[in-house]
Design a protein around this ligand. Structure first.
Ligand code: GAR
Length: 181
């Protein structure tokens, strides 16, 4: 978690009445992230982590000891260390605000993605939910959903469309991965 936390909020609310789902921790690297405030209001413990610690075997071990069913990256921008990926094979998922493999990789995050898509006058954009592997934004795709760009689309208007898709599809995809796969 690095940012606003709208996906966190939506996911937490979606599962709030499901006794079989617990969000154990919100791991956050950005002390300014509004997601921290949201997590506190939702009653979810926050684990702050710096970049050096994030890449240590001790941090991977701490996460492994939690024995999680799923790790969800929602606006988390750091590369996940190989040790953590190996501790949770096919159990770490990310949401990306574009149709991968296009507009992915280092530097393509948040509004930068939408600016590039609008500048290129793409007819479509969308979201990609994918497993996390050792290369940015290139793990196996689980789900994509599309939106059409209008002629007068701006990065902001596109961001609003993308957020709606994220809100609609991310929680239900998590549910699918947890219970129906
Ligand atoms: C989301 O739009 C997500 O797709 C994007 O960051 C935003 C976080 O919003 N992720 C990336 O760009 C990853 N490369 P949120 O903090 O409000 O959930």
């Amino acid at each position: 978690m690095s940012g606003n936390g709208t996906n966190l909020q939506r996911i937490a609310e979606y599962f709030a009445n499901n006794p079989d789902v617990e969000i154990v921790n919100v791991v956050c690297n950005n002390p300014q992230a509004y997601a921290i405030e949201r997590a506190k209001n939702l009653g979810i413990p926050v684990r702050m982590v710096g970049k050096t610690e994030f890449n240590t075997p001790e941090f991977t071990q701490e996460m492994a000891d939690l024995n999680l069913d799923l790790i969800v990256l929602a606006g988390f921008l750091w590369k996940v260390p190989a040790s953590l990926i190996q501790a949770y094979p096919r159990k770490i998922v990310n949401i990306h605000p574009a149709l991968l493999p296009n507009y992915g990789g280092k530097g393509f995050y948040g509004e930068h993605v939408h600016e590039a898509v609008v500048a290129a006058k793409e007819p479509f954009s969308g979201i990609t939910i994918h497993y996390v592997n050792e290369v940015y934004d290139s793990g196996e795709i689980i789900l994509q959903a599309y939106v059409t760009l209008s002629e007068d689309e701006t990065p902001d208007s596109l961001a609003a469309k993308i957020h709606k898709l994220e809100q609609a599809y991310f929680p239900v995809t998590i549910q699918q991965l947890l219970f129906w796969s």
